[in-house]
Design a protein around this ligand. Structure first.
Ligand code: ABU
Length: 366
C-alpha cells in the first residue's frame, strides 16, 4: 500500500511513513540484545565469514551455536545501546522496541533444524518501510527464520492504526535454497529456488531503491519486490565483495545527491544513468579499528553503517574520528556514540534500527 504516489504531501497522521534514508526521523525501532544466542554454523553464514576466520569460526559456532549470550557478556554492548536510545530521544525521536524472544533453543521446521536462532539486535535486516507499509523480509539464514516474531506486536499495532503490513513468502530454506558448492568471490550461496532477501540489502532513495544481489538476496527476491511494489524502481546492483551481505556498509545515500561508497567494494558495471545522474560518489574513510583487532576482517566497514536523523545530523561511531571529520567537511553535524561492542551482534547504527516514520513524501531524485 503506497499512498503518496506522486509528490503530494503525505498524510502526517499516518503511523508509518518513510521513503528514503535522510528525511527528518520521527519514530524508530531500536533492537534489543536480550534473548540473543551464538549463531549456529550454516552454509549461509559460512559464505559471509572472512576467509581468515573460517576455521576458527566454524569450530566455535559448531560448538556454541544456540548457546545464550548471557547478560554479563552483553553488558558493554547494552550500555552503548542505552546511550543510542538516550541520544535519539534527546534529538526528539520516538523510540520503540521489539519483544525479545529467546533464541537459545533449537528451532526446526519440517525440512530442517538449527541449534538455535540469532537475536533481535538488527531490526533493519528483517523489516523495511516502503512508504506507508511495513514489509517483513523472508530472510535467508535458517537461524533467522523466526526473528520476525520479535516485531509482530509492533507490526500489529501499526496495522491497527492504519499502516500497511505485508510479509514476503516464507521460504522453505531447504537444501535446494543453497548452493553447497558456491565459489567464494564467483558465485552466491543462495540459489534461485525461491524468493530470498534481507531488508538491509536495500537503500531507499524515494522512488528509486538500490538492491544488492548478495549471499542473502537473490534475483527471485528482487523480482518479487518489483512485482509487488510497481510504484518503485528497484535497481539491482552488485559489488566486488566476496562476503556480500547487506548494502548498508557498502553503498550509503547520505542525503539527496550524495552517496558514500566503500573503496574496497566498487560497484560492478555501474550503470551509465547512475554515473551521469549528477549524484556525487564519495569514498568513505577507512575505519580506525586496528588491523590487529580480532574483528577487523569482519566488521571494519561498520564505520559506514550510520543513521541519519535528517540531511545534517548523522549518528556515527565515536572512535571513527576520520569519518567524523569527513562528515563535518561535507557539511553534516555528526553525533558520536560508542557502539563497537555491538558489532559482535552483527551491525552498527543502521542495522540496529529501522525507521518507521520520517517527515517527508515520495519523490524522484534521479
Ligand atoms: N549490515 C551489516 C553489513 C556489514 C558489512 O557489509 O560489512
Amino acid at each position: 500500500m503506497v499512498r503518496a504516489m506522486n509528490s503530494e504531501k503525505s498524510n502526517e497522521n499516518v503511523p508509518v511513513n518513510s521513503w528514503n534514508e535522510w528525511d527528518p526521523l520521527e519514530e524508530v525501532v531500536v533492537g534489543v540484545l536480550d534473548g540473543a544466542a551464538a549463531l549456529t554454523w550454516e552454509v549461509g553464514f559460512e559464505a559471509v565469514t572472512a576467509v581468515e576466520h573460517l576455521d576458527r569460526s566454524r569450530k566455535y559456532h559448531r560448538a556454541m551455536g544456540g548457546q545464550a549470550i548471557e547478560k554479563l557478556q552483553r553488558a558493554p554492548a547494552q550500555r552503548e545501546l542505552d546511550r543510542l536510545v538516550t541520544i535519539l530521544e534527546r534529538e526528539g525521536v520516538k523510540v520503540r522496541r521489539p519483544d525479545p524472544i529467546d533464541h537459545a533453543r533449537p528451532i526446526s521446521t519440517p525440512l530442517w533444524s538449527s541449534q538455535g536462532g540469532n537475536c533481535q539486535a538488527n531490526p533493519r535486516d528483517v523489516l523495511i518501510v516502503l512508504g506507508n507499509e511495513i514489509l517483513e523480509a523472508p530472510m535467508a539464514w535458517r537461524s533467522r527464520y523466526f526473528e520476525f516474531l520479535a516485531y509482530r506486536k509492533l507490526c500489529k499495532e501499526y496495522f491497527k492504526r492504519g499502516a500497511g503490513w505485508r510479509a514476503a513468502p516464507k521460504p522453505a530454506m531447504s537444501h535446494r535454497s543453497y548452493d553447497w558448492d558456491f565459489k567464494r568471490g564467483e558465485t552466491y550461496v543462495t540459489t534461485e529456488y525461491e524468493p530470498l532477501f534481507d531488508a538491509a540489502d536495500m537503500s531507499r532513495c524515494g522512488r528509486d531503491i538500490f538492491i544488492q544481489r548478495s549471499h542473502v538476496t537473490n534475483d527471485f527476491g528482487i523480482e518479487w519486490l518489483r512485482r509487488h511494489y510497481p510504484e518503485f524502481h528497484f535497481h539491482r546492483v552488485e559489488f566486488d565483495d566476496y562476503r556480500a551481505i547487506h548494502i548498508d556498509a557498502t553503498f550509503v545515500p547520505l542525503r539527496p545527491g550524495l552517496f558514500l561508497t566503500n573503496p574496497d567494494r566498487p560497484m560492478r558495471d555501474k550503470p551509465d544513468w547512475l554515473a551521469k545522474s549528477g549524484w556525487e560518489f564519495v569514498e568513505a574513510p577507512r575505519s580506525t579499528l586496528p588491523e590487529s583487532h580480532p574483528w577487523f576482517h569482519s566488521f571494519r566497514w561498520l564505520s559506514m553503517n550510520m543513521l541519519n536523523l535528517d540531511e545534517k545530523r548523522v549518528i556515527v561511531e565515536a572512535s571513527e574520528e576520520p569519518t567524523i571529520k569527513f562528515l563535518k567537511d561535507l557539511g553534516f553535524d555528526p553525533i558520536p556514540c560508542p557502539f563497537r561492542n555491538n558489532y559482535k551482534f552483527g551491525g552498527s547504527f543502521h542495522c540496529a534500527t529501522v525507521d518507521i516514520r520520517r517527515r517527508g513524501e515520495l519523490k524522484s531524485y534521479f
